[in-house]
Design a binder for this molecule. Structure first.
Ligand code: FAD
Length: 436
């Protein structure tokens, strides 16, 4: 450790934890709740001041991944989360031009719209109820290794830098920051080939918003080359039913290397410009938008994919296309990829339809023995990440990581060597591996 670092080092005020989870997005939230409910002492570290990851910091209160062809695909904590949102009046089924709330005990056979504050409040409530120790305003900065194990993480807290050891670690950072900082194997994505980066926004003052009509008008303008964002040829947006007059717009897009701060800074500035110019364009060109104004915009650009781990198994396009049987399935998800392409919404290689399972080995790094990956940074070829990146699936992957961590700690085995047969029954019983 160099001297500059040592002068700001602080004593670790915590006891040693069984499990440290880095990243409080949908995956890290579910991983922490599950691991704590299974009896582990769990510390959840998040660089922002709140949980939710992209759902809150990137303003995406729209939980997809619950369903395919009218059947529910994941239960467990992902299901519990939707029901908890519903109990505070903040969950609606998205049925195109129509919305349905409350959702009650109906199966989750469509996506669930909620709000950013509801995501943050509900995740905090579930984390507290499970007795997870949450530490926000804290970033992972470095990792101490002991052979193939992570011995401790160094985190930057507001009071200084703290070294915190644990027995098992979960990388739920979205872009494999933990595995990367530990020197584990990762895979970076070509920005042109992987999905676009977007700054989501909410506008108020829209009258009688009809998604289908807006989509048709958008298509006409796109055919005439009049959309002010290059490559954006598909309208994406919906009403927030619990906030009358508020409309969510997924409109801005750019491509860049999201594992560098410099590129993220440039993309952020470009997307904020697109958002402002875009609202002016919507006001001029769409009926009902005449008095619209920008009410909220994401704090951070939404990164769909940038880097993931290299795992013992990898989700591949070949396996998905061939519908190959997955021998060690963790969670089911809808086969769906090739959208949010950098040149147009759909790539020529886009595919949709059918159910595929994520293999257990995709969560287990090849070299780091006491680490599990959860969420959008599991091992995958970049093109097919959409098949498991939606939030309900990420919560399923997080819950599976929590189950695996609890087994590894209890049986004193390496997390990346936990046999599938030891955890598969729990995946099924707890609703992670589920299909109506
Ligand atoms: C623009 C956009 C629109 C989307 N639309 C939808 C949609 O409509 N429906 C849907 O279901 N999904 C959607 N998705 C996908 C979905 O939001 C993500 O795939 C999902 O949130 C991934 O969950 P995660 O927990 O793996 O990662 P993330 O949500 O990215 O969470 C990672 C967390 O780790 C934290 N973190 C990262 N590095 C560090 C560090 N060094 N120290 C501490 N904390 C750290 C981050 O701050 C963040 O909170 C969208 C994604 C984007 C970008």
């Amino acid at each position: 450790m160099n001297q500059a670092f040592q002068s700001v080092m602080k004593e670790n005020p915590f006891v040693e934890f069984d499990c440290i989870v880095i990243g409080a997005g949908p995956a890290g939230f579910a991983a922490s709740v599950e691991a704590a409910r299974s009896g582990l002492s769990v510390l959840l570290i998040e660089q922002l001041g709140f949980p939710g990851g992209i759902a809150s910091a990137s303003l995406c209160p729209h939980i997809m991944g619950y369903t395919e062809a009218g059947k529910q695909l994941v239960k467990g904590i992902a299901d519990e989360f939707a029901r908890s949102l519903d109990r505070i009046g903040c969950a609606a089924f998205n049925r195109g031009d129509e919305y349905e709330m409350p959702i009650g005990d109906k199966p989750l056979t469509t996506s669930v719209i909620t709000t950013k504050p509801a995501v943050q409040y509900t995740m905090n409530a579930m984390l507290d109820a499970a007795k997870v120790k949450t530490l926000y305003y804290t970033s992972l900065i470095a990792v101490e290794r002991d052979g193939n194990r992570i011995a401790a993480v160094y985190v930057n807290c507001r009071e200084g830098i703290i070294r915190i050891p644990a027995r098992v670690f979960i990388d739920a950072t979205g872009d494999a920051h933990l595995v990367h900082r530990a020197g584990g194997e990762t895979r970076e994505h070509d920005p042109e080939e992987s999905m676009t980066k977007t700054l989501l926004m909410h506008v108020n003052g829209v009258k009688d918003f009809k998604r289908s009509e807006t989509k048709t008008r958008f298509r006409e303008l796109s055919k005439q080359g009049l959309v002010p964002v290059a490559g954006q040829d598909n309208f994406m947006g919906f009403s927030i039913p619990m906030h009358p007059g508020e409309t969510h717009l997924n409109f801005t897009m750019t491509a860049g290397n999201a594992v560098t701060s410099a590129a993220c800074t440039e993309m952020d500035k470009e997307l904020r410009r697109q958002a402002f110019d875009g609202i002016a364009w919507f006001k001029k060109n769409f009926k009902g938008f005449e008095s619209a104004y920008l009410a909220d915009i994401a704090d951070m650009i939404g990164i769909r994919a940038a880097r993931n781990i290299v795992g013992k198994a990898t989700v591949t396009e070949k396996a998905i296309l061939a519908d190959e049987a997955v021998t060690e399935p963790v969670v089911n998800s809808k086969c769906y990829y090739g959208d949010h392409y950098s040149k147009s919404f759909s790539a020529s290689w886009a595919k949709t339809g059918g159910v595929r399972a994520v293999p257990f080995g995709a969560m287990l790094p090849v070299t780091l023995s006491n680490v599990i990956a959860a969420g959008r940074n599991i091992s995958s070829e970049p093109r097919v990440i959409t098949t498991f990146r939606l939030m309900a699936t990420c919560m399923g992957l997080g819950q599976a990581a929590g189950i695996t961590a609890a087994y590894a700690v209890e049986k004193i085995v390496n997390a990346n060597e936990v046999p599938y047969s030891a955890v598969s029954a729990a995946f099924r019983e707890k609703g992670v591996l589920y299909h109506d």
